[in-house]
Design a protein around this ligand. Structure first.
Ligand SMILES: C[S@@+](CC[C@H](N)C(=O)[O-])C[C@H]1O[C@@H](n2cnc3c(N)ncnc32)[C@H](O)[C@@H]1O
Length: 217
């Protein structure tokens, strides 16, 4: 018997809202917030970089513009969002790898990436999925590789935690956002830091970073 396809929360909550996703995020100034993530990730020529939950591909394309010699791969479970990402890359005249997949079952070999970045994805994941994603990311990182996550803070942060509240209601009341640094440390990442970057209409956005030791066990 074939398995039912896995479900996921799409970028704008519903497929029919996807065309509005990029304009809405531009309005919120998210391109500038993603720039902080790119500065932190600082991809180097030759690095292989994974954009986890790339959606319509804006971050992956921005990353490649920041370091054209990096090899950037965008991955997302949503074929519709990936279709948009592919079209945007063609329009921008850049070549990236696009893969369909889920963050807790990455379709990549161990130690494949120098850097994993993710923007505004973790609040789309159920708490238990987040707990499975962090060790899975660690698996695909090379020694010395980094994980850089941009996302809304716990629903209690800031006065406008609307999206965090909505997202956590979709997953029950458990809110795993504040647990991310601890999960990263538990998975063996070091130099873990989390700081607020910007307050948006939909909540305060945090940048959480960590790296795998140069000599990973
Ligand atoms: C708000 S969008 C963010 C997209 C993009 N990173 C950005 O900054 O615009 C959240 C994305 O997470 C993806 N997503 C949802 N569940 C996922 C999962 N289990 N694994 C990976 N990505 C997932 C959705 O398909 C969606 O594209």
């Amino acid at each position: 018997m074939s398995e039912a396809p896995r479900s996921f929360i799409p970028a704008a909550g519903h497929d029919w809202l996807l065309p509005l996703y990029d304009p809405l995020l531009r309005l919120m100034g998210v391109d500038r917030i993603r720039a902080a993530l790119i500065d932190e990730a600082a991809p180097q020529p030759g690095d292989r970089v994974l954009d986890l939950g790339c959606g319509t591909g804006s971050l992956a394309i921005q990353l490649l513009a920041a370091c054209p010699e990096a090899r950037v791969c965008g991955m997302d479970p949503d074929p519709k969002a990936l279709g948009r990402a592919r079209r945007k890359a063609v329009q921008a005249g850049v070549e990236l790898e696009w893969r369909e997949g889920f963050a807790d079952a990455l379709p990549f070999e161990d130690g494949s990436f120098d850097c994993v970045v993710s923007s505004l994805v973790f609040h789309h994941l159920a708490p238990n999925t987040v707990r499975a994603v962090v060790p899975e990311v660690r698996r695909v990182l090379r020694p010395g590789g980094t994980l850089n996550v941009l996302d809304f803070g716990a629903a209690g942060h800031g006065i406008h935690g609307l999206l965090s509240h909505l997202a956590s209601h979709q997953h029950g009341d458990e809110d795993v956002a504040g647990e991310l640094p601890e999960l990263m440390e538990k998975a063996g990442l070091v130099e873990v830091e989390s700081r607020p970057t910007r307050r948006t209409l939909l909540g305060e956005v945090f940048l959480t970073t960590g790296k795998l030791p140069d000599q990973a066990a």
